[in-house]
Design a protein around this ligand. Structure first.
Ligand code: CDP
Length: 236
């Protein structure tokens, strides 16, 4: 059966499934940075991200965070609930890095306590500009009740992931998540949580263990992703 491609993003493709409420997500080996300005293909990368994302979504679901994940269907493939995505990038930051340090006078590596939630508008052509609640409401991207729920869920995700990474000796510097509404209007975590969407530092050496290795050519990207996946997945 040839599956109908519904959408191809920068690193994942979405196909129609045999059920009207479900989709198939394929994690590709493409890697991009700087709004697609830097692009490569790294064989095996999609599978590492898919396995890590599936494991983290399972842990989050078990901790009470509703997600889109239904099943892993072979290497790099997952079956998910069909969500109407909300075009917001919800970023949680525990340690100052990246654009926060470039745009504001935070010292790189300083702890943010309490963690910061930053919400960007998901639109590469506009370079994902930062929003505030008033702009989200004026653009009718979400209601105030939904925004409150997104933020509460984002903090819960942060708590769960901080627990996972603390046990592995990894610092969860920041990460980006996306949400959507399911057929019943319920907000669920969609998209992925992977080495492409988190900033991870080794707890001792502070060496990057994520897409920053690719963005800033800090070393071998694939072997970094493989090492992190092994640490997260243990002896799965
Ligand atoms: O450093 P950069 O300008 O890429 O972005 P940031 O705002 O500091 O990113 C915060 C976190 O969100 C990092 O872990 C990024 O990898 C992630 N992010 C993402 O996955 N996708 C985006 N479009 C933007 C950020």
């Amino acid at each position: 059966m040839t599956e109908e491609l519904l959408y191809a993003g920068k690193a994942k493709s979405i196909y129609r499934s045999d059920s009207p409420d479900e989709l198939i997500v394929v994690f590709r080996d493409d890697i991009t940075a700087f709004d697609g300005g830097k692009k490569d293909v790294l064989a095996g990368k999609g599978e590492y991200n898919a396995r890590v994302s599936a494991r983290l979504f399972e842990l989050l679901e078990a901790a009470g965070v509703p997600t889109h994940l239904l099943a892993v269907e072979g290497p790099g493939r997952m079956r998910v609930r069909w969500l109407t995505m909300i075009p917001l990038e919800v970023i949680v930051r525990n340690i100052a890095a990246g654009s926060l340090v470039r745009n504001y006078p935070f010292e790189e590596g300083s702890r943010l306590d309490p963690p910061l939630i930053v919400i960007d508008y998901k639109d590469d052509t506009r370079h994902d500009p930062m929003l505030n609640d008033e702009i989200v409401l004026a653009l009718r991207l979400a209601t105030q009740a939904e925004l409150d729920e997104l933020k509460a869920l984002a903090l819960r995700v942060n708590e769960v992931l901080n627990g996972v990474f603390a046990d592995l000796g990894i610092l969860l510097v920041d990460f980006k998540i996306e949400f959507g509404r399911d057929a019943g209007g319920r907000i669920r975590l969609g998209d992925e949580i992977s080495m492409d969407s988190m900033r991870l530092w080794d707890g001792e050496t502070r060496e990057s263990l994520d897409k920053d290795v690719y963005r800033f050519a800090k070393g071998d990207v694939l072997s970094t992703y493989a090492r992190v996946a092994d640490r997260i997945l243990g002896d799965e």
